[in-house]
Design a protein around this ligand. Structure first.
Ligand SMILES: Cc1ncc(COP(=O)(O)O)c(C=O)c1O
Length: 401
């Protein structure tokens, strides 16, 4: 009945836990939610007021499919201010979130059978979008032992004559790792030489905790300008996930193709959201800093709490808002031997909802979102650590019998 392409993609079975968690919550069960993929902060006042003004001024009609000139200028303005790079209006399209930015890129660039290289652990949508257009994801693993670093030689070594693009997500969901400029430079040079596209998902670019050189737009502009595509978003930086506003920045030819595609599918980002995003991008960036400061406290605290139990092997995230511990050392104590069952047991017995690493091409890990209050983080962490200890006590008691 369904088109063949639908057999290539999946709604991840590992997300089942989140659906069950929601059901439990509705029954009044106190579930600690470590599953959120979105900020727990409200959208900043300035953006909300701009949206209210847009409604009052009847700015409620179609706009150009690629977005208003003002929004595109606001996006260009941010790249100029943050990275010192200039982009023209015809090098920018506003999309319904970073998700549609990446989807448009997949649709306009990848042919059936093309190979697209990316790194894992990774955000599942990246892989599914490659598959939906019948291209082939080629996945290069990164490892906690070296902080989930992306090694350019591993990416370059995966290039074949069929490679169409390399997708880098930095900061990375779920690991929080950021790519070094040196590594991206080497990848960009190798791709530019071979005419391969470098797609960088920068949706968490505003959420980097420490002073790390991360001027990826400038680096790519200098070394692979005609082969670079940036996917950006207002979602995480400005706590605007529901407004659906993201963008692609890149060569005019690709932007024009994305515009053609979008004009026949979703058309423009909601006019009201465009006004809100424009304000968020051009107004004071103080709310971004305030949220980042709060996430940093949570990151440091959570990392310290979990590091107290060596069975949760943690890498301190450099960006985004997820801790991604490996839990294989907790298998023996708990008698559980995979991360899907582990996440399920945490929901059933500790009432903590989170996503198993399997959803991110990384079995043996758990993703803990710290887009929630310190109080809830403390409660959830206590429950998780206690769960492992309780299983261990029960196991020992059973063995002694
Ligand atoms: C790595 C990554 N890229 C892109 C997105 C897209 O977000 P949005 O479509 O809300 O901009 C997400 C959302 O979770 C993400 O985690």
């Amino acid at each position: 009945m369904l088109a063949e392409r639908m057999s290539r993609i999946s709604t991840s079975a590992t997300l089942k836990v989140m659906v069950e968690a929601e059901k439990l919550r509705r029954q009044g069960v106190d579930v600690v939610d470590f599953g959120a993929g979105e900020p727990d902060f409200p959208t900043p006042e300035g953006a909300k007021n701009a949206a209210k003004a847009a409604i009052d001024q009847n700015f409620t009609k179609y706009t150009a499919a690629a977005g208003t000139t003002e929004l595109k200028q606001a996006i260009a303005g941010r790249y100029k201010a943050d990275y010192g790079v200039t982009f023209a209006e015809n090098e920018i399209i506003a999309t319904a979130g970073g998700k549609q930015a990446l989807f448009n890129i997949a649709m306009v660039l990848y042919n059936a059978g093309d190979e697209v290289i990316t790194h894992a652990p990774c955000w599942p949508t990246i892989v599914e979008q490659i598959k939906v257009v019948d291209a082939k994801p080629v996945i290069v693993q990164t490892r906690p032992e070296d902080g989930f670093a992306i090694h350019p030689e591993a990416i370059i070594g995966a290039i074949t004559p069929r490679t169409k693009a390399v997708i880098i997500n930095s900061p990375c969901n779920p690991t929080g790792a950021v790519i070094s400029e040196e590594a991206l430079g080497a990848i960009a040079d190798a791709c530019a030489k071979r005419g391969i596209w470098v797609v960088v998902d920068l949706c968490y670019e505003s959420l980097i905790y420490d002073r790390i050189a991360h001027n990826l737009p400038k680096l790519l502009s200098e070394r692979a300008r005609d082969r670079m595509l940036l996917a950006g978003s207002a979602s995480k930086a400005y706590a605007m996930t529901g407004w659906r506003c993201g963008w692609i920045v890149g060569p005019a030819q690709v932007i024009s193709a994305a515009n053609a595609l979008q004009s026949h599918s979703t058309s423009n980002v909601a006019s009201i959201s465009q006004k809100a995003a424009e304000q968020a991008l051009t107004g004071s960036q103080a709310p971004v800093k305030a949220m980042l400061d709060e996430y940093r406290v949570r990151r440091d605290t959570l990392f310290e709490w979990f590091s107290a139990d060596p069975r949760f092997e943690c890498v301190k995230p450099a960006g985004a808002f997820y801790l991604f511990p490996r839990i294989t050392k907790a298998y023996e104590a708990t008698g559980i031997s995979n991360s899907i069952d582990f996440a399920q047991a945490l929901l059933d017995e500790a009432r903590v909802a989170l996503t198993a690493g399997d959803a991110f091409e990384a079995p043996g890990f758990l993703r803990i979102s710290y887009a929630t209050s310190l109080d809830r983080l403390r409660e959830g962490t206590t429950r998780m650590l206690e769960f492992v200890k309780k299983c261990e006590r029960q196991g020992k008691a059973a063995a002694a019998r």
